[in-house]
Design a protein around this ligand. Structure first.
Ligand code: AP5
Length: 210
């Protein structure tokens, strides 16, 4: 099963991709995470990507297509994967097709912009393993500010400042939202409302894709 999770920044793609992948033993491929790891490791790609990410803009297609091509050739993707945050432009979707990658379903996780801005202010991310929490909806269970899985401290993502979130939403509507019609035309799109309760949303995602 090869899937794409589409949605605005903060819609919950990462959260629900992780839950669905665990349930179905799929690999998750998040271009955002791959880019953040390149920045952390100080690679040339990371340096180039950082400029765009800090301002809320998309990283150029060529760079992202290059990392996706490399990542999909890794062994864990052979039994199925979820693409979280890719494609984000029509050009990226066409590049995916050109690579010969077949996609079974595309999940469009819909959440209103105002809900997203509020949500993002409460997001916390593990500085080591990248697991995502929310101070109100999905707080860590063991200790405040500490990752349940690896014990590292939780941090606020650099691009979660409200003004950057608004810019990311603007870019989403201009460049990524056209993919909804693109995949609807291909007959593989399914839309789920991202509700307030993450568990209810997960249930709706499972029902839509299983
Ligand atoms: P990326 O990391 O992909 O960020 P994004 O798409 O902006 O999405 P987020 O990771 O912010 O949110 P999410 O939808 O995964 O939500 P989450 O599950 O965390 O990309 C970052 C940047 O990298 C981009 O801006 C761009 O510059 C660059 N980039 C990446 N891919 C690229 C590409 N293909 N092309 C070009 N550039 C690219 O949930 C959000 C929060 O809400 C969490 O705290 C969660 O706990 C909470 N929450 C509250 N209620 C719910 C609920 N009901 N369901 C789920 N979560 C909930």
């Amino acid at each position: 099963m090869n899937l794409i999770f589409l949605g605005a920044p903060g819609a919950g793609k990462g959260t629900h991709a992780a839950r669905f992948a665990e349930r179905h033993k799929l690999a998750t491929v998040s271009t955002g995470e791959l880019l953040r790891s390149a920045i952390k490791n100080g690679t040339e790609l990371g340096k180039q990507a950082n400029v765009y990410m800090q301002s809320g803009d998309l990283v150029p297609d060529e760079l992202v297509i290059g990392i996706i091509k490399e990542r999909l050739s890794e062994p864990d993707c052979a039994n199925g994967f979820i693409l979280d945050g890719f494609p984000r432009t029509i050009k990226q979707a066409e590049a995916l097709k050109a690579l010969g990658v077949s996609i079974d379903r595309v999940l469009n996780l819909h959440v209103d912009d105002e809900v997203i801005v509020t949500r993002m202010s409460g997001r916390r991310v593990c500085s080591e393993c990248g697991k995502t929490y929310h101070v109100l909806y999905t707080p860590p269970k063991k200790a405040d500010g500490i990752c349940d899985d690896c014990g590292a401290s939780l941090t606020i993502r650099a691009d979660d400042a409200p003004e950057t979130v608004r810019e990311r939403l603007r870019v989403y509507h201009e460049k990524t939202a056209p993919l909804i019609a693109y995949y609807e035309n291909e007959g593989i799109l399914v839309t789920v409302e991202g509700r307030e309760d993450p568990d209810e949303t997960s249930k709706a995602v499972f029902e839509a894709l299983e």
